[in-house]
Design a protein around this ligand. Sequence first.
Ligand SMILES: CC(C)(COP(=O)(O)OP(=O)(O)OC[C@H]1O[C@@H](n2cnc3c(N)ncnc32)[C@H](O)[C@@H]1OP(=O)(O)O)[C@@H](O)C(=O)NCCC(=O)NCCS
Length: 343
Amino acid sequence: MSKIKAPKGAPYARILGVGGYRPVRVVPNEVILEKIDSSDEWIRSRSGIETRHWANDEETVAAMAIEASGKAIADAGITADQIGAVVVSTVSHFKQTPAIATEIADKLGTHKAAAFDISAGCAGFGYGLTLAKGMITEGSAEHVLVIGVERLSDLTDLEDRATAFLFGDGAGAVVVGPSDEPRIGPTVWGSEGDKSETIKQTVSWNELHAGDVSKLPLDSEGNVKFPAITQEGQAVFRWAVFEMAKIAQQALDAAGITADDLDVFIPHQANVRIIDSMVKTLKLPEHVTVARDIRTTGNTSAASIPLAMERLLATGEAKSGDTALIIGFGAGLVYAASVVTLP
Ligand SMILES: CC(C)(COP(=O)(O)OP(=O)(O)OC[C@H]1O[C@@H](n2cnc3c(N)ncnc32)[C@H](O)[C@@H]1OP(=O)(O)O)[C@@H](O)C(=O)NCCC(=O)NCCS
């Protein structure tokens, strides 16, 4: 018989608070059109995006994450020293090691909280939330800070007309804590690595370092381009529209509710046409509030769901206690969906 004590956690977990940070600079489509042959009308009608935010030099990954986290901690009504773990989902922190989470945990004033980064693209928030739920019910942390933060403007090729208009910068954070009732439903998640080539970084850091110009992408003036995110737009679009609605439905089924029981739908903000198509396939009733934050935020990858959540609550379009379906999907390809109660 094992002598090891069983861990003791809370019966369930819930989101206690949310916070967001959007960079000061608002970038309209006109700025994007300086480098690509396109039009404001095309970008709006094909993606839904009107403006996005781009970070300045001071708005680093850590700085944006700290701003969003401070708001989430205040919203949760706790103090930073009560946080037992900090999970940061990002693909745009440019140091392989150490994780940016440790700096964020320290600067926020946590008491030596466990801290680590995860790389799960645009599903990163859902992956982090799932880990947080596990830590709380297993007992290794009472409160977990889950942050999605991106400076995708650093990884955008402004001469690539397939992606130049899509991406934005920002940070969203939630505090997850104990609950007496289930307030975060089962996660439906997974990966399809056979499609990993459909969204990827153009060249790896070591290919860039090797500097073999014959193998590196060059800009219109012949200079080596910094690595950027590239995607097969149509293939990703079809996958998102056909496969992700099924995953969203599975998350509803797993939570034991139907679309009629929902108040809010917060899908990853990748393209307003993907959002509209999912709403139709899931047959969401009129009363369900749908996040369309993409219009003024663009695609901020791991930050998109918490940023959209924060805005819906701040504008009063959603309210505390509402039942929301969240689904993230992206590079990997990976996905994660669940039903949550809004903080
Ligand atoms: C990127 C995206 C908006 C492009 O929209 P689309 O309707 O698929 O566009 P297509 O690539 O099929 O191109 C359609 C036409 O527009 C043209 N086009 C492509 N980019 C353009 C641009 N920026 N401006 C104007 N025209 C453009 C193409 O050349 C093509 O012209 P043609 O019909 O004469 O050949 C869309 O594919 C998308 O959102 N994909 C998924 C993104 C996503 O979910 N990413 C997840 C990452 S987390």
